[in-house]
Design a protein around this ligand. Sequence first.
Ligand code: 6LW
Length: 516
Amino acid sequence: MRKVSNPIIRGFYPDPSICRVGADYYLVNSSFAYFPGIPVFHSRDLEHWNQIGNALDRVSQVDLSDCLVSQGIYAPTIRYHKGLFYIITTKVPTGGNFIITAKDPAGPWSDAYMLGETAPGIDPSLFFDEDDRCYFIGTRPNSESEAYFGNWEIYLQELDLKKMKLIGQCKSVWQGAMRNAYWPEGPHLYKKDGYYYILTAEGGTERNHSIMIARSKTLWGPYEGAPQNPILTHRHLGTDYPVQCVGHGDFFHTPENDWYMVMLGMRPCKGYTSLGRETFLAKVEWENDWPVVNKGIGRLEENVILPDSTDKEPKSIEKNVYGFRDGLLTYNVISLRGGLCAADSSARSGWLRLHAKSESFITTCPISLIGVRQKDYHYSVRTKMEFEPRALHDKAGMVLFQNEESNLTIYKKYHSEGNLLTVESNIGGQNSVIAQVMVHQDILEIKFVAREQKGELLFRYEGDKEFHLLAENIDLRSYSTEAAGGFTGCILGIFVFGNHNVSADFKYLIYEAFAI
Ligand code: 6LW
């Protein structure tokens, strides 16, 4: 037996969906306004997960330029049928539900097949029945009348795979397990031992999140809810419980027919979460044709006990240290709304050149920001930057980015008597300078160290042995989901703002977790 620690994928990787093909498992997550979007992970042992690509890696597949950070790509579902992988997802606020396909989940993925206005709502999923017909299941505002906030419903319709269009009857099949349920969402449809099952999230993605199940002998219902619903939630465990907001699951089973579920959960630190929603794993057993999650325990566990596996996934080299070195980007480096186009690895050998965009963080345009996800509460992130500001609004540096209005920056900017290195907090749209120092060299190394909810910023010149402290005791709680809202976790990134002919060069961006 092996102990696999939860979360199985740390950091902002929410709304997990999984499918198995032979001995290979593939898992995808929401990516919102970040690009490339929809990270695709692979595992053979359910313990080690390696990112093999991003399903949305061409601006021609999806244009995120009208999206706020927590808009964009919501809750993708991945499925496999007869040689082809399908991802179905939603683009918010415009675009709606669409499908992409690939022969190889590492890519390339096709252009988007937009489902248009006949497929309203979010959280679409696909189900292939035994007769090879394909069905779309999603969530939309209650079609009779939306009596209260979150009064949505799960609906079902056949999908013509050749035309990529919904056809035939469209039926509302599930309104939620609780009376006056709110946000029935994230539906997936399965068939097992003569029953069709609808698995849904309910209660909203925050502290009251939960996972519900309903079943029917026929595809179109009526579906009966499990008397023991919710089959998983942490909402009754109190706000101090280490894992909160558990919901939005997807079932799968191993070749040996052992059943599991992946779902999202949040790990606050001192009551505040900056990791976003992460991917967790739980064991599922069946009793009287209903699923029981973590039998005898009834909640997520720190470790999942898995049978020994002969099929080993290579250990991810990125578990504790990741980012980019020598200007070479990896899959897990993301930008906001296609801003990756501002990054050039070929302009200067061994460095990444980031071209400035005139927009600052408060915009929905692509901006010159690239970064990596925060995965821990004890970590450091450092970069080496060469930058010469030429005009007053030229700025380049490093950022802890929660959203447009909540971020902590350290940047170099122009000053008539030299250049300034400035630490600035932006909390709820209010900017304030925390620390500032004159710097007299073009090349700087910048380092951010976080210990739980306190941060410090340091810098050094080339050739310096030690880093110089610039700001300490910075309260990081303001950059959390609880304070800032939204669906994402924090990104540690580098950025350049200014005139279009201005750029900054970055040698590396290294994120490193450390033990306490
Ligand atoms: C997603 C919804 C949800 O579409 O959050 O947790 C939304 N559940 O199902 C965004 O991730």
